[in-house]
Design a protein around this ligand. Structure first.
Ligand code: BTN
Length: 246
């Protein structure tokens, strides 16, 4: 199901490259990897620290007959796919933080950026971008604005080899992209909950000007974050989650 793999020495962003490729008629299943990114992008308009070295920066282009609005749960499905691969590669303590941050001991190891485009009634296409930290020096990581880690810290000599891991990640993502087209988020929900690193924790969700505190209660069938608040259970489809101190 992989249509072709492009490996670049350097690129602005593998996501930007595949979004352009999609606009130019690129095939479903196109994959792009880079050794480094000049302008790696994260969620919510943030950058993604992407130095040359040992890390994984990759994107996959997928095409759906579904409308963009039906792809709301896809980012969670992709998070589950990546967490499954990392777990089977030896990272026993891999966890997910909503919607799809990859965590080890409450530190960010990697993340996914999904960009969707298409017609309101379908078809649509999506570019799934994945960054995984295999090794970052403190100097390289100085611009990261949250607790972070890398697979070398997590596993030492037992850390998986980068290219073998990248191959497994591509395979896992492509399978998840196809499965989501057949059955949506439902087949991924049990695993999402099994990987949920914040279930039952006291957290705060910030959406624009709004700040809501509560207890994280997992995810809804549409991928929204469930929060038990003083005003009852609420469901969020955007925003940033953080642990409340104390
Ligand atoms: C996040 O957690 O904020 C998402 C990070 C996604 C980073 C990857 S690296 C490969 C791909 N190209 C990008 O510019 N971003 C994604």
């Amino acid at each position: 199901r992989v249509a072709g793999i492009e490996v670049l020495e350097v690129v602005d962003s593998t996501n930007t490259r595949l979004m352009q490729c999609a606009a130019d008629g690129g095939a479903c299943g196109s994959v792009c990897l880079a050794e480094r990114q000049r302008a790696g992008r994260g969620r919510s308009g943030r950058g993604w620290v992407s130095p040359f070295g040992a890390n994984i920066y990759l994107s996959v282009l997928w095409r759906y007959t579904l409308a963009p609005a039906e792809l709301g749960g896809l980012s969670l499905a992709c998070g589950v796919a990546v967490a499954r691969v990392l777990k089977s590669s030896g990272i026993a303590e891999i966890g997910l933080k909503w919607p799809n941050d990859l965590h080890w001991r409450r530190r960010k190891l990697g993340g996914l950026l999904l960009e969707v485009a298409g017609e309101s009634q379908g078809p649509s296409h999506v570019v799934v971008g994945l960054g995984v930290n295999l090794h970052l020096s403190a100097e390289q990581a100085r611009d990261i604005d949250q607790p972070w880690s890398d697979l070398t810290t997590a596993l030492g000599d037992a850390a998986p080899k980068r290219n073998a891991l990248a191959a497994r990640l591509i395979e896992g993502l492509v399978d998840a992209l196809a499965d989501y087209g057949d059955a949506g988020l439902a087949p991924f929900l049990a695993d999402w909950h099994a990987f949920d690193a914040y279930l039952g924790e006291s957290v705060e969700v910030v959406t624009g000007e709004r700040r809501v505190a509560g207890i994280a209660a997992g995810v809804a069938g549409d991928g929204g974050l469930l929060l038990d608040t003083a005003a009852g259970r609420q469901c969020f489809h955007g925003g940033e989650v953080s642990l409340r101190p104390g």
